[in-house]
Design a protein around this ligand. Structure first.
Ligand code: SF4
Length: 452
């Protein structure tokens, strides 16, 4: 966005007193506040307002379904005008300070308390940013080579490149947050050691691998989970992802739509989506569906895969059966029923499962008091687990949600943790931090994918 266009667009804002756009934002970014700063030419002030509320301000500007959140709530809709382009303006403001490596956030004066965050995804980053601003010393542990969680590894490159979240990670380094990568808690460092070294522990590990399809033929070459597939494409090894020519993706959520678009951009000729319920019941956002449709995806609604076919250990097809809705259950949901003699086979050489993710919380069973639900998510009360020293937020506690929801959850968990430790907040060193960018160590570099 050019600066003149940004100023003109921000000037359309009515600076509504009741801020419906801000209330629709899970991270509660003060939208009229940052619009005002853009309008007056103060980009750093604008970025500060955004990043104070959401340390992933640039990533969320790219990933949020803005039409369903802030832009959907903009009062301009009532007057028949286009809503303010909040997401574009947000990205414009934050991109500028990240490009120019200008520090706009300030760490609090040290309050003598130490917190460990397990996982370096959006919830942990948001929690760590809040705590660092209040004077906590924060260390983030992650078993991966790069920080950032899902936006770095598991969201297709056409939505966000792996290097984008790493720019925001540098904001945290600037706040003094310490990243300990390639370290798996419970294996490389024990829970007892963590408890000894830190006053509190936040768990923000997201979800695990893609759930199994539970189909015969799942062990054939050419069958992948959506998460693992995207990760391969993002880590600069597209040849290893070996994109098929004719690909079937099972599931109809946002992940499935994203994978289908990425496949097309990586060169797949034919892409099929198979979903056992109707189009009206798909969990994906409408705009994600429309985008996949624009990319020529063939949709098979009310169809259920029953077998992956193969020859010489390689996928050759996907056998499916038509379905129809059954009788409503106690919750009014109609379980799909297979229609006899309605089998059909798709000629594909690759099958990708996008049917949800497994929990990654099993290792927490070693922590006395931490309890898990049947689905593996962590039980919390005001973000505190059954072990009072442990807090949790994001997908590992609430199930799969948006990145901005994880940010909101991490912020709320920080408040809860801070209250448990007696609110020992250091006064922000508003003028004490360096104005220039001073990373504590060389930032990690993400490989760029050339094709998507
Ligand atoms: Fe501006 Fe729209 Fe928010 Fe009102 S609702 S403050 S016009 S962005």
């Amino acid at each position: 966005m050019a600066s003149r266009e940004a100023v003109v667009e921000a000037s359309r804002c009515l600076f509504c007193f009741d801020k419906p756009c801000m209330l629709a934002c899970p991270a509660r970014i003060d939208v009229p506040g940052f619009m005002q700063q853009i309008r007056s030419g103060n980009l750093q002030g604008s970025a500060r307002i955004i990043l104070e509320a959401n340390i992933l301000g640039e990533s969320c500007a790219q990933l949020c379904p803005a039409k369903a959140l802030c832009e959907g709530a903009c009062v301009m809709h009532k007057t028949g005008e286009q809503p303010i382009q909040i997401a574009r303006l947000q990205r414009y403001a934050v991109k500028d300070v990240l490009d120019r490596k200008i520090g706009v956030l300030h760490a609090g004066r040290p309050n003598g308390k130490w917190v460990a965050c397990i996982g370096s995804g959006p919830a942990s980053l948001a929690c760590a940013a809040e705590l660092a601003k209040w004077g906590y010393a924060v260390s983030i542990f992650d078993r991966n080579e790069l920080p950032g969680g899902n936006p770095t590894y598991n969201i297709p490159s056409y939505k966000i490149s792996a290097s984008n979240p790493l720019r925001e990670v540098e904001l945290l380094r600037q706040l003094g947050v310490d990243f300990r990568l390639n370290i798996e808690v419970g294996r490389d460092i024990s829970f007892a050691e963590l408890e000894e070294q830190f006053d509190a522990i936040f768990v923000g590990i997201g979800l695990g691998d893609t759930s199994s399809l539970e189909l015969s033929g799942e062990d054939l070459r050419g069958v992948h989970g959506a998460k693992q597939f995207v990760r391969q494409t993002k880590m600069g090894r597209p040849h290893k992802a070996s994109v098929g020519r004719r690909v079937a993706v099972i599931g109809a959520g946002n992940t499935a739509m994203g994978v289908l678009v990425a496949l097309k951009r990586l060169g797949a000729e034919t892409t099929h989506l198979i979903y056992r319920r109707s189009k009206e019941e798909m969990p994906a956002f409408k705009h994600e569906y429309e985008f996949a449709k624009e990319h020529g995806v063939i949709f098979h609604w009310e169809a259920q895969p029953v077998r992956i076919l193969g020859k010489n250990g390689i996928v050759t097809g996907l056998q499916c059966v038509r379905t129809r809705p059954g009788e409503p259950d106690s919750r009014g949901r109609r379980e799909p029923q297979l229609i006899p003699n309605s089998e059909f086979t798709l000629d594909v050489d690759m099958v990708i499962g996008a049917v949800g993710q497994k929990p990654a919380t099993e290792f927490l069973r070693a922590v006395p008091g931490v309890q898990l639900r049947k689905d593996g998510t962590i039980i919390t009360n005001e973000y505190q687990t059954g072990n009072e020293k442990y807090f949790a937020g994001g997908d590992c506690a609430h199930g799969a949600k948006l990145v901005v929801d994880a940010v909101a959850s991490g912020k709320a968990a920080a408040r809860s943790l801070d209250a448990w430790l007696g609110n020992p907040r250091g006064i922000p060193e508003e003028f004490g931090s360096p104005a220039s960018w001073t990373p504590l160590s060389a930032p990690p570099q993400a490989p760029e994918h050339p094709a998507i």
